[in-house]
Write a protein that binds this ligand. Structure first.
Ligand SMILES: Nc1ncnc2c1ncn2[C@@H]1O[C@H](COP(=O)(O)OP(=O)(O)OP(=O)(O)O)[C@@H](O)[C@H]1O
Ligand code: SF4
Ligand SMILES: [Mg+2]
Length: 380
């Protein structure tokens, strides 16, 4: 039968629940490529409470994986610059020394990657891949690490865990490999799990099983989770809050129910479909949006979505809309002409048609991505 030692909540060291677990501030990640500076993450800020689930959603290439890897400190050492701040449990970890990061990975923060086949070592038995971090971080002896590993394999729903302990990744199905990845990520009871498209390439039934498994393990362990996905069903039903990314920017941010009931951004509307409902069937795919995302080596001068936006006006092509608060609590958006009859932010400088209040001429000044407030022309 399944052995004894499971990593459980009572073994976690005590934490100060009053502070947020993760604070990301004005994060920028730029790759130095032969084509020029590729700005993959552009001034992203958010915080995450203990035990909270945050969804990060956006089209392919919007910067979701680069953002997750920047937070984890898992970018290539050469050819990339990062700027801003990532504070985890009160400690700055952006650009931290490799020694600091190694102590953090697995033990405090873990990541489930997009593709388990490239993340697992194909020539190492899966049992050893789980047991090694237990020995390293939790100082277990060989016997204890093996017993804990077999227990973890059972917890993530791998049948006959004693037998599977000695299997190689190539001997398992895609769903089983993803379960192994989750077991590795959870082995040392991290406080934060970054799950980057954890169900890519799996069939719908297995996707649901893996996501349910993640949710139940998260709840059991009071672990915070960042769920990176482009799947509407996943973020609608399994997150507390959602961040919508476009071209490396946060363009909308809201509690999950608010985002679906009162979205403000035309991009979010296009992304989530014309009549999104929180009760949409799980795993509804995002509708594809007309046009292509911008080239991140030469971002447009104004709103990055302007070339594809049905509501774009002159100002959109010339000035980046700041992230501003909506009426609903904890809801922010970055759009000059938000949905729902809202009044947009105040443009930095305007030329107004006498007597009409309408913005006539394009703006030339570059705006910031900071939080602002005020009133502009309302989209009709
Ligand atoms: N090592 C790298 N060097 C140069 N550019 C990179 C590198 N890694 C990612 N990028 C670029 O950064 C941008 C954001 O990529 P990222 O992988 O974060 O997108 P994503 O939102 O995760 O997309 P997907 O949904 O397809 O996984 C893309 O333009 C990508 O080509
Ligand atoms: S700022 Fe303009 S282009 Fe950008 S999403 Fe809003 S309406 Fe569309
Ligand atoms: Mg990705």
């Amino acid at each position: 039968m399944t052995p004894t030692k499971a990593v459980s909540t009572h073994e976690f060291s005590p934490v100060d629940d009053s502070t947020s677990l993760l604070e990301v501030t004005d994060l920028h990640t730029t790759f130095h490529t032969p084509r020029g500076e590729l700005r993959a993450v552009n001034g992203v800020s958010f915080s995450l409470a203990r035990g909270e689930t945050l969804g990060i959603v956006g089209e392919s290439g919007s910067g979701k994986t680069v953002l997750s890897r920047t937070i984890m400190g898992l970018l290539p050492r050469e050819g990339v610059s990062v700027d801003g701040s990532v504070v985890f449990e009160g400690q700055e970890i952006l650009n931290a020394a490799p020694k600091v990061l190694r102590a953090l990975w697995g033990a405090r923060v873990s990541m489930v990657f997009q593709d388990p086949m490239t993340s697992l070592n194909p020539v190492m038995r899966i049992g050893r891949q789980i047991a090694e971090p237990l020995r390293l971080h939790l100082d277990m002896d060989r016997k204890e690490a093996k017993a804990t590993t077999i227990s973890l394999l059972a917890q993530v729903g791998i049948p006959s865990p004693e037998e599977r302990y000695g299997a190689y990744p190539g001997q398992l199905s895609g769903g089983m490999r993803q379960r192994v990845m989750i077991a590795i990520a959870l082995a040392c009871a991290p406080r934060l799990l970054l799950a980057d498209e954890p169900t890519t390439g799996l069939d719908v039934t297995v996707q649901a099983q893996i996501l349910d498994l993640l949710s139940s393990l998260q709840e059991e362990r009071n672990m915070a989770m960042v769920l990176v996905t482009h799947d509407l069903g996943v973020v609608a039903t399994r997150t507390d809050r959602i961040i919508v990314m476009y071209a490396g920017h946060v363009v909308e941010q809201a509690p999950t129910a608010t985002l679906f009931s009162a979205m403000a951004m035309p991009y979010t509307e296009a992304l989530l479909g014309s009549t999104p409902r929180i009760a949409n069937p799980s795993h509804t795919r995002l509708t594809s949006i007309e046009g292509r995302p911008p080239d991140l080596t030469s971002l447009p001068k104004g709103c990055p979505f302007a070339p594809r936006c049905h509501y774009a006006q002159d100002i959109c092509h010339n000035s980046i809309p700041p992230l501003v608060p909506a009426d609903e609590p904890d809801h922010f958006y970055a759009c000059w002409f938000p949905l729902g009859g809202r009044t947009g932010p105040t443009p930095p400088a305007t030329t107004v048609a006498p007597g009409t209040g309408s913005v006539l001429t394009p703006l030339t000044s570059e705006s910031t991505n900071g939080v602002g407030s005020g009133a502009a022309e309302t989209r009709t």
